[in-house]
Design a protein. Structure first.
Length: 736
């Protein structure tokens, strides 16, 4: 269609005037407007299109242009300068006015490229709903810059604008020579559309405001609301009184059980005075010291000592912090949590003054944060909710008033060598061939068991926690990361000497190894050099993979045997509960099964069966404890939904019940432990900035009522699932 030349010139002049006005307005520099396009920017598409030349009005009256992304690997819309590059060196964020045109959330990838080949990348969850301004920082950034694991929920209304700040941006950029901005959708299965108008850059003042005033005086997120959100102290006190009336009734409704939580009225086992395991009729059982079947329903981190959050340097995040001399100011202190672990790497605000909102809320609710009252009340809660075990990381003070069986973590520290597999969330792998590791293990076990050697309430000991055995299982560099990393080290590291000895015993010399691995190794001594790169496994040279596996078996066996031998000496009456695997390799799991009494896994999946190959586990015929699992959401204050996230609070209870039901289907599983008792602070715990809504109880010390009721109902069903129906129904007196 042709346009009258005079009319075309008038339209172009109007657009140019509009563009000029936008450029000079405030600190925002508008580069392009899809509704009134001019030739300042080139727009190209790949497997995408702007289906209409006419913009369309939204329900709010705003006018935007539709972009449709077709089914393809990565359909995209690319914006580039007409010539040269953009100089954004004086700007801080890229700004895009967008609206999701679908009724569901979309995943939008944004990539910004500079002339030197560098790029920034960010993946955005673009919610359905009205238009919003997307702000993408022009430098690498993450919530760790704010001292926390997950950033403040988006979008967010600021001064009448709906803003969506990209909280994670990866890569590098030369902001003085930007050559392209690309928007894309990853692998859409059907055509998906967004609406778009302004493309600009700005100083990012709105981004800075995103973290101001986000936590109220009770430690709650200020920009959200939910049932039971605390508005005043009287609300806390009234809720505490109501709970004190409810708990005794729930405690009275428990199934008959012995003092350790073992069920009465069912089959009986030999009593040994300590917890043990036994397999009967094809199912593994934990057995209480009195000889009754016990399914460990535990809660991790039952402690009031992990609820503080750093406030120094972040004071503007909090709307109300007690001033020095005020009563609640006593719940503050100073610490330094900086470390080189993956959990803390790159985290800001990891030291300085902290405040404990949970402790302050205990004082508001009960008149003080009395530790003795808290210990007793917490055990009342857990037993009333159907739990029978204090899981890992729980307060050691519980042991002075044992009402629930407990476990102890063997945290082994020392100056022994460590090996990095590249996924060292809690640090490098201990080198079990280092004599200093055996000494550190002996010391850790001796200290941990010193006051518990004859305590019948002790379920057992965990062998450390979530060691970095491997990376991604489908990547040889991940699957055999420990072996490859060992060979890259110097011979000062005992593990490398052990690996080389194993290879030399098998191949005798460099010629034998060269033939088996398909490499040209001129001399055996070349393997001793730091940085040695072993070849990847291949079908042509199967010995490579077999040798990697042989070393990993030796490594894992040496590790678990060292711990088992020490525990057998210091604590012969108690169970070794396995290695709390998060990442694992078959060799480590098999060694754990050989030397430990139980296997233990931290499963952050919808079902236990999705966390590992249970066919392989059944072949090992070893009892298994799920030492961690949880389901979190982002609609009750803390910003992180955990490792296993559900969409909303109301889904957490059904997710818990489903996980427990699937666990009961596995005759190997002898218990499941929820992580954790309390929600984490919205602005991050001291240890590593984790800030998840994972708890049975909120930062205000108020239980999440709907979730707790669902958990209690699921827990109450375990006795019926494990004991024969006619036996489970038989009356039996409860032990006081």
């Amino acid at each position: 269609m042709k346009v009258n030349a005079r009319l075309q010139a008038r339209i172009l002049l109007s657009a140019l005037l509009s563009f000029s006005a936008a450029v000079t307005a405030g600190d925002k520099v508008e580069l392009f407007n899809f509704v009134r396009p001019i030739d300042a920017v080139q727009v190209t598409t790949k497997d995408a299109a702007l289906p209409s030349r006419i913009a369309e009005p939204t329900a709010s009256g705003e006018v935007l242009r539709r972009v449709t992304f077709n089914p393809a690997e990565q359909p995209s819309l690319r914006l580039t300068p007409q010539s040269g590059s953009w100089d954004w060196s004086k700007q801080a964020v890229l700004s895009l006015r967008l609206q999701n045109a679908m009724d569901w959330a979309l995943t939008l990838d944004v990539q910004i490229d500079s002339a030197d080949g560098k790029s920034l990348k960010s993946r955005i969850a673009l919610p359905a709903g009205p238009a919003q301004t997307l702000l993408v920082p022009l430098q690498a950034s993450s919530p760790r810059d704010q001292g926390m694991r997950a950033g403040v929920p988006m979008p967010w209304n600021h001064n009448g604008q709906r803003l969506l700040v990209a909280d994670t941006v990866l890569g590098e950029l030369d902001p003085a020579r930007v050559i392209a901005v690309t928007l894309s959708l990853p692998k859409p299965k059907a055509a998906q559309s967004i609406l778009i108008s302004h493309f600009a850059v700005s100083s990012g003042a709105e981004r800075a405001a995103a973290y101001q005033g986000i936590v109220d005086g009770y430690g709650q997120f200020t920009r959200g609301d939910w049932p039971g959100k605390v508005k005043n102290d009287q609300q806390l006190q009234q809720a505490a009184l109501q709970e004190q009336k409810q708990l005794p009734a729930w405690l009275a409704e428990r199934a008959p059980q012995d003092q350790y939580g073992g069920w009465l009225g069912g089959q009986h086992f030999d009593a040994t005075g300590f917890f043990r395991t036994e397999k009967r009729d094809g199912r593994w059982f934990l057995v209480t010291p009195e000889g009754n079947p016990f399914y460990s329903l535990g809660v991790n981190a039952v402690t009031a000592e992990q609820s503080a959050t750093y406030v120094e340097g972040r004071e503007t995040m909090f709307t109300a912090l007690p001033k020095e001399g005020e009563a609640l100011a006593k719940h503050s202190g100073s610490a330094d949590s900086r470390s080189d672990t993956g959990a803390n790497k790159g985290r800001a605000f990891a030291k300085g003054r902290w405040f404990d909102f949970y402790a302050a809320n205990l004082e508001r609710s009960y008149g003080s944060a009395d530790p003795a009252r808290w210990l007793s009340h917490s055990q009342d809660r857990l037993q009333a909710w159907g739990f029978n075990t204090l899981g890992n990381w729980s307060d050691p003070a519980f042991l002075k008033d044992a009402r629930l069986p407990y476990s102890i973590p063997l945290v082994i520290h020392g100056d022994y060598a460590t090996i990095s597999t590249g996924v060292d969330w809690w640090g490098g792998m201990p080198d079990p061939f280092d004599p200093r590791f055996a000494m550190a293990t002996e010391r850790a076990v001796a200290i941990a068991s010193r006051d518990h050697r004859d305590n019948p309430w002790l379920l057992g000991y965990f062998a450390d926690n979530e060691l970095a055995w491997a990376g991604a299982a489908d990547d040889p560099h991940g699957r055999y990361a420990l072996a490859y990393a060992t060979l890259r080290l110097t011979t000062d590291v005992p593990a490398k000497r052990a690996f080389l000895k194993q290879l030399r015993d098998k191949y005798r010399n460099h010629n034998g190894l060269s033939r088996a691995w398909g490499i040209q190794l001129a001399a055996w001594e070349l393997m001793e050099d730091p940085g040695f790169q072993a070849p990847l496994p291949s079908a042509e040279f199967p010995a490579i993979e077999k040798d990697m596996q042989a070393f990993l078996r030796l490594y894992a066996s040496t590790y678990f045997k060292t711990i088992a031998d020490s525990l057998e000496w210091h604590a012969p009456n108690h169970l070794l509960l396995g290695g709390r695997f998060a990442s694992s390799i078959p060799e480590a799991v098999e060694a754990c099964a050989e030397f430990c009494d139980l296997l233990s896994f931290n499963f952050y999946t919808r079902e236990p069966q999705q966390g590992y190959d249970f066919a392989a586990l059944r072949a090992l015929d070893k009892p298994l404890l799920v030492s961690e699992f949880h389901f979190g959401s982002r609609d009750r204050g803390p910003f992180w939904g955990g490792v296993a996230e559900v969409y909303k609070e109301e889904e957490r209870g059904p997710a818990y019940a489903h996980f427990l039901a699937k666990a009961l289907e596995e005759p190997q599983i002898v218990g499941v432990h929820w992580f954790q008792y309390l929600d984490q602070p919205a602005t991050g715990r001291l240890l590593d900035g984790e800030n998840g809504h994972l708890g049975l109880v909120g930062i205000t010390d108020r239980p999440w009522d709907g979730f707790v009721k669902a958990v209690r109902k699921a827990n109450q069903g375990v006795v019926k699932a494990l004991l024969k129906p006619e036996v489970a129904a038989a009356p039996a007196p409860a032990t006081p």
